[in-house]
Ligand binder design. Sequence first.
Ligand code: SF4
Length: 568
Amino acid sequence: MNWKLKKEIIEKLEKEKGYKVTKRGGDVNLLFIYPNEYSTSVNNLGYTGLYKLLNDQEGILCERAYIPSDWKRRENFKVYSMETFRSAKDFDVWLFSVSFELDFFNVIQILSMEKIPILSKERDDSFPIIIGGGIALSSNPEPISEVFDLVFIGEGEDFIEEMSLMLLTKRENNWDKKRFLIEAQNIEGVYVPSFLSAVYNKDGGIEKYMGSQKIPIKRRIYLNFPEDPMVSPIVTDEAAFSDMALCELVRGCKYQCRFCLAGYFYRPYRASSIDKVYKKVKELYEEQIPKLGFIVPTIDQSIKFKGIGSYLKSEEIIISFSSLRLEDITSDILDIIGLTNQKTVTIAPETGSDRLRRVLNKKFTNEDILNFVEILKDYPVNTIKLYFMLGLPTEEEEDIQKIVELITNIRKINKNIEISTSFSTFIPKVHTPFQWEKLAEKEYILETQKFLKKNLKEISKLKIEMKDYYWSLWQGILSRGDRRIGSLWNYIYKDGLKKNVLQKFLEEDSWAKEVYLYKEKGSTEYLPWDIIDTGVKKEYLWKEREKAYRGEITLPCTQNCKMCGVCT
Ligand code: SF4
């Protein structure tokens, strides 16, 4: 093993506080691979949480692996386990956690560097069993499904227990890979891609699947979440939230934003409580309680923040919420901003007009945003972050002009606050009401970005981040594609992850962009991700799309609702 890499791993382990694996050797040795750098892996609560859960299983030893930090400069790199520096090839099972579509590239890179055949069907029993999970893979495994022996769909807590038992049974009975996969397909949420093959029609769509596994594959939901919230067992100063234990206070989101995959994929909305989370933190960290970072998609009144004040007096708690829903701002929520001394608040207006915001199912108005900015003057907040998307369904020139108007008005109300804006390209996400939409053309996005930069440049203390269209395009292809992407994996496997290699695919397989991104899908079309049943009915999504076009609002999830099909 390269001494520089070993040193890098030792330094990282020395900085980690919290959970340490004490087992040495297991009946089944599993390598839990995060196909990106270490600092990203420790920010992923699903990854670190399941790492401990795996090691809690009898007979299973789980070690972590990530991509070395200097890998982009190196022609060659190998993956080693963090805990015992063993080569990846020494493990019985590889489990990939894939939360971002662009990490698909890195999965292929790892296979190439380790000289592991790319397709499941090309690997015999001498290779490790390769399993994948994580939202990017779970929501539409098809573009990369044939690489994995088995893909897990949904939330992992129960799956870990059942899969561990299955792996131990395989070992006890000396099953070969085929027998193992036949048995494993009976675990809810398990998809064995090699058991199916896709038949395509002449319009470029999917005609049907043939093979032995029953589809669609039902997404696994962890209903015990309110009693057993996820808490990060490891803290380190290398994470974005330095030395902070991330705590998942809620799973899912009750608002029904029509563009949001997480909002649709993690239904139903489930809330735990501060007390439950804190109990788990105490079990994990005993006397040395770290700072706590509560993850909630958005703060709303249903989250039980009562009692947080007493914790705040004795502990350092940071609440991280991706954005605020302004229609739900209450004095309690404002108290939290004050008590936790938040310096930055984030709002996602998404667009500049109230009309287009309703299309997305966001009810708050520009007036609500401006009123909130006024209120913030009484709090120690010094930065307001605003997230926008360009190329949204029904977007017109007026919606873009209103973005300029909105930011200008925020500046007028508060001359001192830093305004940080981010503009990304709307990607029609799978399993959402916008799954049938097209991606906006490059020319339109570049023109719009230019217009905004020109018209916002006079505003003081304003940061503008324009996300690169090129990577949105790739994210779109990887999230919406099907098995025919296979040629791309072959290019990367052979020639490495280079821009000219990606370009080669875009040129030689130009149909992929057309079919996956620039063609509106039909209501009855079989979509590559229809192979997954999230529980949300397709008819519901279509109705939501029609409501979007009429600018009608759908109310947040409530008790006893049976609207989308997830709650029974
Ligand atoms: S059935 Fe109703 S409450 Fe349940 S997830 Fe769907 S919309 Fe939300």
